[in-house]
Design a protein around this ligand. Structure first.
Ligand SMILES: Nc1ncnc2c1ncn2[C@@H]1O[C@H](COP(=O)(O)OP(=O)(O)O)[C@@H](O)[C@H]1O
Ligand SMILES: [Mg+2]
Length: 324
């Protein structure tokens, strides 16, 4: 299932191709400040959609509008085919959300927090509480007071609350924020599990590396505007370098030739004797053809691991420390 979701083109869709969330010209103005500026987004069912941007980009404001917590200045949001402004009572029970840090009762146990929210929702069976505790791996700690929980456990309890009504769509605002590396891994595993169970997940982050391994699609927001909406693969394509394994005797000669090309100025040979270079228009296939035509048939050619943060910074023109 996760395989089918790993989309390869910008228009590729999630499992069913149905739109789970759509924003139409969504705009929020605070005084002079356009926090969200004419945002058009489409999230497909089955997507794990990464909503990325530096601090202050407008992510939380967008999410609040999606959840009908604040009213847009203009534009609209459709969730599961319903306009959120007119049909929120019908559609919001099908959406689980965690916006910023969860509001938890610190002097109550995890289980009692879930019971308390459950009763506000009109009653949730104990069996469902057991299920969500299991999902977020808080079984065993569910009777301890929440004030003894780590930040990661509190965030997972927040996700458990969002899951109580078994929603089709989960909207999570920076769920990995402030977590240590182990907490981020646990959150990632949890989201993978939920996606495999068929949920559509919309997750915001200002740290690309937190979400890159799990997202099927990403949108990048900067100063309220959509910078790009694409797949991780597309985001990387055209900016990456390739590792080319050549016959050792040919490596130096090939390097000289590649460096003479407009796209190859930064080419180099690494400690293992592998030629590292950009490709014509970013296409590995064209690099391969170029080398073959020049008489240096590569043994292997592979895209290099990408420094996605660099791409992120370049796209958002951010030079502050915010978008780490
Ligand atoms: N209630 C508000 N009143 C005035 N300005 C706000 C309000 N909420 C957010 N903003 C401003 O809108 C911009 C986007 O904020 P936010 O949506 O919180 O960004 P992000 O979640 O991406 O960090 C920021 O410049 C922020 O200061
Ligand atoms: Mg925010």
């Amino acid at each position: 299932m996760v395989e089918t979701m790993s989309a390869t083109t910008p228009r590729a869709t999630g499992v069913s191709g149905e739109v789970a969330i759509r924003t139409n010209g969504l705009t929020k103005q605070y005084g002079e400040r356009l926090a969200v500026n004419t945002l058009n987004l489409e999230v497909y069912r089955g997507d794990i959609f990464g909503f990325l941007g530096p601090n202050g980009a407008g992510k939380t404001t967008t999410i609040r509008m999606m959840l009908h917590l604040i009213t847009p200045t203009s534009g609209s949001v459709e969730v599961l085919g319903h306009d959120i402004a007119t049909d929120s009572a019908e559609v919001l029970p099908r959406v689980g959300a965690l916006v910023e840090t969860p509001a938890l009762y610190l002097y109550m146990s995890g289980r009692d927090n879930l019971r308390a929210v459950g009763s506000v929702l009109g009653g949730v069976p104990e069996s469902r509480i057991d299920e969500v505790l299991d999902l977020v791996r808080l079984k065993g700690r569910e009777r301890d007071k929440v004030k003894t929980y780590s930040l990661g456990m509190k965030q997972r309890l927040g996700v458990a609350i969002a899951l109580l009504q078994d929603p089709d769509v989960l909207v999570l605002d920076e769920p990995a924020n402030g977590l240590d590396p182990a907490g981020i891994v646990e959150m990632r595993d949890l989201l993978r599990t939920l996606a495999a169970a068929g949920k559509t997940i919309f997750i915001s982050s200002h740290v690309l590396t937190e979400v890159r391994q799990i997202c099927t699609r990403v949108a990048i927001l900067d100063q309220g505007r959509l910078v790009t909406e694409t797949t991780i693969e597309e985001l990387v394509k055209g900016h990456g370098e390739f590792a080319v394994q050549l016959e050792p005797a040919h490596a130096r000669e090939a390097l000289a030739l590649v460096r003479a090309q407009p796209w190859g100025h930064d080419a180099r040979i690494d400690e293992q004797g592998i030629l590292i270079t950009a490709a014509p228009d970013g296409h590995g296939r064209d690099l391969n053809l170029f080398l073959i035509h020049a008489g240096f048939a590569p043994e292997t050619i592979a895209p290099q691991a990408q420094d996605l943060e660099q791409i992120f910074l370049r796209l958002t023109n951010s030079n502050s420390g915010d978008a780490q």
